[in-house]
Write a new protein. Structure first.
Lengths: 310, 439
């Protein structure tokens, strides 16, 4: 639904984006990841038409991105806020009308969301009277109330307590079920794992990883398992696997093993069963966090590496 | 365009509904009218009562030379000072003028009374005494009063402007006052409303709401909406002031003066009367009456039109610059370094204007200051009541429009980058860089 072709953006001497191409498919929650200064915000601002790219094109549902798409995009910026002295209800209507809604339409949609989020009494309140978490809720609604086709959420969970973060997470999933396409940019890898189907990692203006999150994680599997046994295994070597490490867990022992060559986990288990009781077993799949760190570090440019080596 | 209108209406309604706006809008005219009314009341009531002034002249210099005025009656008495004082306690409206026997040397004169004498009363007596003394000294020097009266010259230039419609009475004083006042109002308004634009931009930036808004509208639309919205607030305030002042003024004069005379006539009458005791029946025009008469000849419609144009034009130029400054900083304390070059031409023109343009409204300096867009709103308004050639006005107006289009363009290029830059200390170099950023 969103095709980004060879986008480049230069700020004076600094290249924010270098020939980045991304394809966001319909119905997905799309994770846009990357360390600070990777170019995420630049890219998001380009999609929102806040700034224009130096080179490259963006297609929104097959059409070249233009002003008419503004009303079909909802945006929750990382740096976000509201008018402190304005009534919340009026403020929401104002923001909705800027997105192209009529006053009546805006009012009914906002009322719907206020009821849904249990905020009915807030209409006449001023933003300065709300807690930070409450303000975040209002901002979230402002980003999604006009039922946009594409919702871009930059760090949507920052400022929320775990209870409200869960509420927002469920709302995001509901929006997806109702047909919205969602791009999330966040540093919280655990929420990426639970929400996103597809991710892209940007680093220093380049795309360094792009793919389905399950495929990516699977591709990083290296035949490691965590096995919990009731006895220690010391000084034993096996044909099919190496013991990488172990820790004591209460009365049990957790071993991390890595399969050798073409060995299967069944072969490893057959070797272990005679020696001890197997309490638990789990394949070790690298977390997004691990993948992120590995990917970003291996892409450290040459000049930065030489600094470390010296 | 619909979105710009939305922004304008938010900026406008939000400010107009504030208490501070209402207070300022209604308080100022009330204060001005109150001031006028109290001046009028002083003129009307303060001096209408007849006051008896008893004179004990021990020096014998002033004798019967005092002349009665409309509200002053002089009476020479020969009582002793003590008995005259005794009498004062019984009569409230009587004043005792005691002139020492050794007046010529000591210059000792006293006014004794139960009530404190008004400043006017003392000034009237002083002026009469000065006159009497002067005449005596002239006589003593061998100059006859009749000769003196012939010699006495009173020059009062009646300035007339020749135009197609014939001759018009003008008063340099009135013209200068009007020019100065309107120029001062513009000067103040540019600062007040320009600063409001700047504060509004900083508020949106520090609030971080700006990124949400520019995802719906172009930064230029946001800037334009804010400038026009606040400008409309300024216009509303000015119009309300004009309407309120004039209606309150006419209401006040209706209440205070029911016999058809107005404050102006009252003041003319009063000044003539002060003037008139010398040349009893001769009504000589003086500056104040002249000025008040000349206000009738000034074309207020023309001046108000010019005023509104230069207010709007100047406001658009300066508010765009103020908006650019607001976008470049994170809080108000950082604005100082950018404010100086913006405000300098205004302050310079105003100071120059007060001293030089009023004195010489057609000088080369006055001409250039009233042509350059950054200074013309203040400088031209001083010149307009004196009459400005049509081609100069046309040139100034054209350049002001070109100037505001240009500054708005420059400001918007800085603004669009500035509003999205957080936590960075901005330098002039940085601003130039922003200006050259591509869209």
């Amino acid at each position: 639904m969103l095709s980004i072709h060879n986008i480049s953006k230069q700020y004076a001497q600094h290249t924010a984006l270098n020939k980045v191409s991304i394809e966001v498919k319909s119905g997905q929650i799309f994770g846009l990841l990357g360390p600070n200064g990777a170019g995420k915000t630049s890219l998001i601002r380009i999609i929102n038409q806040i700034t224009a790219p130096d080179k490259g094109e963006i297609y929104f549902n097959g059409q070249k991105l233009n002003q008419s798409h503004i009303s079909q995009i909802g945006y929750l910026p990382e740096e976000r806020g509201l008018y402190k002295k304005m009534d919340i209800g009026e403020q929401m209507i104002y923001l909705a009308r800027l997105k192209g809604l009529s006053r009546a339409d805006a009012t009914s949609k906002i009322k719907y969301w206020f009821t849904k989020m249990e905020m009915e009494g807030w209409w006449k309140k001023k933003v300065e009277d709300l807690s930070k978490g409450m303000q975040q809720k209002v901002q979230f609604i402002a980003a999604v109330m006009h039922q946009p086709d594409l919702i871009i959420l930059d760090e949507p969970f920052s400022g929320f307590d775990p209870v409200n973060a869960e509420i927002i997470k469920n709302e995001i999933l509901t929006l997806q079920r109702n047909g919205s396409n969602i791009i999330i940019s966040t540093h919280r890898m655990e929420s990426v794992e639970t929400l996103c189907q597809h991710i892209v990692i940007l680093n220093k203006g380049h795309k360094i990883l792009d793919g389905n999150i399950h495929h990516i994680r699977n591709s990083y599997r290296n035949g490691s398992f965590r096995i919990v046994l009731n006895k220690p295994l010391r000084e034993i070597s096996f044909n099919d696997f190496d013991i990488i490490g172990w820790v004591a867990l209460n009365e049990n022992y957790q071993f991390t093993i890595k399969l050798k060559n073409n060995a299967t986990i069944n072969q490893a288990l057959m070797a272990l069963i005679p020696l001890a009781q197997i309490i638990g077993i789990e394949e070790f799949i690298p977390s997004m966090n691990d993948i992120f760190i590995e990917k970003v570090n291996q892409n450290t440019p040459v000049y930065a590496k030489s600094v470390f080596n010296n | 365009m619909r979105k710009v209108f939305l922004i304008i209406s938010r900026e406008y309604l939000n400010r107009v509904q504030k208490k501070s706006f209402l207070v300022l809008t209604f308080l100022l005219p009330t204060l001005i009218i109150g001031m006028y009314a109290s001046i009028f009341l002083i003129f009307k009531t303060g001096d209408s009562q007849l006051k008896q002034i008893e004179i004990i002249d021990r020096s014998g210099i002033f004798k019967n030379e005092f002349k009665n005025q409309q509200n002053l009656e002089f009476k020479i008495i020969n009582n002793s000072l003590a008995s005259a004082k005794q009498k004062l306690i019984e009569q409230k409206e009587t004043f005792l003028l005691f002139i020492d026997s050794n007046y010529a040397k000591s210059g000792k004169v006293e006014v004794l009374s139960q009530n404190k004498p008004s400043l006017n009363l003392v000034m009237d007596i002083e002026s009469q005494m000065e006159n009497i003394l002067q005449n005596r000294r002239l006589l003593a020097a061998g100059i006859d009063t009749s000769v003196l009266n012939k010699v006495k010259a009173q020059v009062n230039i009646n300035a007339k402007q020749i135009s197609d419609e014939g001759e018009k009475n003008t008063s340099i004083g009135a013209t200068a006052v009007i020019g100065f006042t309107s120029s001062f109002l513009i000067y103040m308004a540019l600062f007040i409303y320009g600063a409001q634009v700047m504060r509004g931009v900083i508020e949106e930036k520090t609030n971080r709401i700006v990124e949400v808004i520019v995802s719906s509208v172009k930064p230029f639309q946001l800037m334009l909406g804010k400038i026009l919205g606040i400008g409309a607030v300024g216009l509303t305030q000015f119009l309300l002031w004009i309407v309120l002042s004039t209606s309150l003024m006419s209401a006040a004069s209706y209440v205070l003066v029911n016999d058809g005379e107005n404050i102006k006539d009252k003041i003319i009458q009063k000044t003539n009367q002060n003037n008139g005791y010398k040349q009893a029946n001769e009504t000589s025009p003086n500056q104040i009456t002249d000025m008040l008469n000349a206000t009738d000849t000034i074309d207020f419609g023309y001046i108000i039109t010019c005023f509104l144009f230069y207010f709007i034009g100047g406001y658009l130029i300066y508010s765009a610059l103020f908006a650019a400054v607001g976008s470049a900083v994170d809080n108000e304390t950082e604005t100082q370094q950018f404010m100086l070059p913006i405000t300098l031409p205004l302050i310079f023109t105003f100071i120059i204007g007060v001293n030089l343009i009023v004195n010489n409204p057609n000088s080369a300096l006055a001409f250039w200051l009233s042509i350059i867009p950054f200074t013309s709103p203040v400088a031209m308004m001083i010149r307009i009541p004196f009459g400005v050639p049509a081609w100069q006005l046309a040139l100034s107006v054209t350049l002001l429009i070109v100037g505001f289009l240009f500054t708005t363009w420059v400001a918007s290029r800085i603004y669009r980058v500035g509003i999205l830059m957080y936590g960075k200390k901005t330098s002039y170099k940085e601003l130039v860089k922003w200006f050259f950023y591509k869209e």
